[in-house]
Design a protein around this ligand. Sequence first.
Ligand SMILES: Cc1cc2nc3c(=O)[nH]c(=O)nc-3n(C[C@H](O)[C@H](O)[C@H](O)COP(=O)(O)OP(=O)(O)OC[C@H]3O[C@@H](n4cnc5c(N)ncnc54)[C@H](O)[C@@H]3O)c2cc1C
Length: 400
Amino acid sequence: MKLEFSAADEAFREEVRSFLAVKLTPEMREAACRTTTVFADKDLAMRWQHILVEKGWAVPAWPREYGGTDWTPTQKYIFGEQCAKARAPGLIPLGLRMLAPVLFRYGTDEQKRHYLPRMLSGEHYWCQGYSEPGSGSDLSSLKTNAVRDGDDYVVNGTKIWTTHAHFADHIFCLVRTDAGAKPQAGITFLLIPMNTPGIKVEPIITLAGDHEVNQVFFDDVRVPQANRVGPENEGWTVAKYLLEFERGGGGASPRLKVELDELKAIARRETDADGVLLEDPGFGKRIAELEIRTRALEFAELVGLARLSRGESPGPGSSLAKNTSVDIEQSINTLKLEAIQHYGLPHANFISLNGHNERWVGPAYAETVTARYLNSRAASVFGGSKEVQKNIIAKAVLGL
Ligand SMILES: Cc1cc2nc3c(=O)[nH]c(=O)nc-3n(C[C@H](O)[C@H](O)[C@H](O)COP(=O)(O)OP(=O)(O)OC[C@H]3O[C@@H](n4cnc5c(N)ncnc54)[C@H](O)[C@@H]3O)c2cc1C
């Protein structure tokens, strides 16, 4: 199959490339390259967001009147590809790519007017309050409850694994408003400012040593009913719609191609008993397999982009894309760790963390490998675990 871009698309690619060459400073690129967590550091992501907002390129998928670009699927693909190649920081998707589509479909005009511009300007920074202790895969069993009291709901309970809750000033939350109904039927979707009295955030430090996730506690938290998205007790429909964007709203293949290039650069420098690692047939075969799978994913993602541009949601195919991209990413990180061998140990033993060493022990390319390897293990759990995605694929894609 031959994929050719039109002259107009090539001109657009050049426009994006020139923009990145000017606006993405070496310092921002370096910081993005050193990111080992799922999301970029908040300050870095917000600096980049402001630059893209100024250019009008921050939210290509939004309707034009709210700041969208009206790009074709090919242009969106080219933009993502060039950003990945240039190592631009990722924008934080929690508001821009997850809550925003929900507000476009289910929000009131007032909610759209209030929240969307503030999301874009960075005045509001969102986190996602879905999971609870005991309610992750079986999300509809969630117990955080909201009881009506005058014009408010009073919310009590706890959310867990809440990414960036320690940075966020708003949380979108699933709460139980009817304990007597079937689990899915008694859920409501609320928007809650994090400075509301009664909210407490506690850190959870991960295997990689990062503070990225938290537990959030709600103790008699008053939330105006005007902050509800969609009707009371119909939040499950809203919640599921958002999950489609969490799992499939963006393309992973351009980033994976960059990571494959990094892997090959490492394998070119490292050796095994027989010589240069990249020339080892066994190691080379494993890289080739990942390149082929990445190419297949790229085409699946282009089909997904075409669906979005027709106004359709990503659909259950996003589960397939999520499992595939996570699997490839984890395999790349495994090969990188195998390639750097003993240079992976300083991080694993926490020797390199918290400035205990004056400088990194080993080649610069080895510095982030172990942290990325450990952090990427979480990708087969968040956004719905691998097994849960397989259940969705079995039912909704294969019709089993
Ligand atoms: C780094 C990270 C960031 C996260 N960020 C957020 C966030 O910002 N907001 C948020 O709300 N949540 C977040 N999560 C939570 C995430 O969505 C849940 O961890 C996930 O849904 C799994 O739920 P659980 O942890 O309760 O595991 P469980 O649901 O208890 O699953 C345990 C194991 O059982 C398997 N399993 C469960 N049910 C089935 C089944 N029906 N069939 C087959 N196997 C099954 C699972 O695959 C898994 O291996 C995050 C998680 C991580 C790791």
